[in-house]
Design a protein around this ligand. Sequence first.
Ligand SMILES: *[C@@H]1O[C@H](CO)[C@@H](O)[C@H](O)[C@H]1NC(C)=O
Ligand SMILES: *[C@@H]1O[C@H](CO)[C@@H](O)[C@H](O)[C@H]1NC(C)=O
Length: 415
Amino acid sequence: MRRLRPWALVLGGLLCAAAAAAGPPPRSYPHSAVLDGAAAYRLRWGRRGSALAFRLEVRTRGYVGFGLSASGGMASADIVVGGVERGQPYLQDYFTDENRVLKKDPQQDYHLEYAMENSTHTILAFSRELHTCDTNDKSITESTVRVIWAYHHKDMGEAGQNYHGSNRGTKSLRLLNPEKEEVLSASLPYFDLTNKDVEPLIQKGHENLVHHILLYQCSSNLNDSVLDYGHECYHPNMPDSFLTCETVIFAWAIGGEGFTYPPHVGLSIGTAADPQFVLMEVHYDNPSYTEGLIDNSGLRLIYTPVIRKYDAGVIEAGLWVSLFHNIPPGMPEFVSEGHCTLECLEEALGAERPSGIHVFAVLLHAHLAGRAIRMRHFHNGEEQKLLAYDDEFDFNFQEFQYLKEERTILPVRQS
Ligand SMILES: *[C@@H]1O[C@H](CO)[C@@H](O)[C@H](O)[C@H]1NC(C)=O
Ligand SMILES: *[C@@H]1O[C@H](CO)[C@@H](O)[C@H](O)[C@H]1NC(C)=O
């Protein structure tokens, strides 16, 4: 995946809060993502105990392929192919070896629930266990997974293992994200941060060009002269004061959805202690090197005048970006560790938040060299459940992960 250099824009002003209404009834497929740029391939999914149920809605009357792949490519992937041929539904579990040769899996772990076709689309509903104990399948965990997709205008029997041409691709997703209960009310006020002047606002036609967007909080004493102009990120012409914009307060990635705070939490805006300036960093992906593109995509921040019980904030832990942080050449793997010590927590939270803070979401953040991230949590010297992890981190897919339940971090040792 090639990227264009990211651009940044600092905007003066306010930040967001989001609101909630009563939760909808449980849906059978609470998650949904469009996998392709032309909106021809939609994936819906939902948890069923130890299994995951999928529903594919694809604009073809031929076969539909879906898979999980370590690299995002066709090699060593766990694949399922199905469709409706002469009125007969079919679904077959396959896998590919490292040479991308497609083979029928002797152990069939994808179970067809139903398949149907209308005049334009094929709909396939099937399920599989998260862990199938089949070495040809990929286990589904909380880590990022590269979903691969393909479709063909002919069915499998007719097309054989016909090459699916350009109707294929990959997308990073987290399949085990908890279900979100809140729905946004359409009547809430909002403001937009766009490149020209928190829900991603992608310019029509640029769905695949905009790859991810990060919103950072900046120092509160920026000089007016640096505001409101975009700059190429980290270019020598970028104002030095942009380097004060370090704390990620919002992240959206292709494949990600909008971010909503829990109903009892909001990010405070408008008071002197709140963020005064933010920097929006937009990362582009232009694999065909199309020239002359201008993009006005950005973020829509929805707010409410109804003050929420708790203020949201961001606590950062890990390793600071530094010139002294080197990976020796030729290392097959390299672990970097950063510690947020009890002393540090005590200094930061002891006076203001002696009862601790409640963590409701985690953003795992790294740059291009990052492959896996773990956020560990210790209490009185004993390791607790991981706060968050991603063993297959994808730089292009950074979004807040909601925790299934809030976790408390205490600034003091408890006896
Ligand atoms: C066919 O099914 C798709 C997916 O559910 C739907 O979007 C589309 O409107 C349907 N087309 C017709 C003609 O019913
Ligand atoms: C703001 O920037 C302008 C232009 O670079 C400079 O003349 C001015 O002194 C700066 N103001 C402050 C308060 O730093």
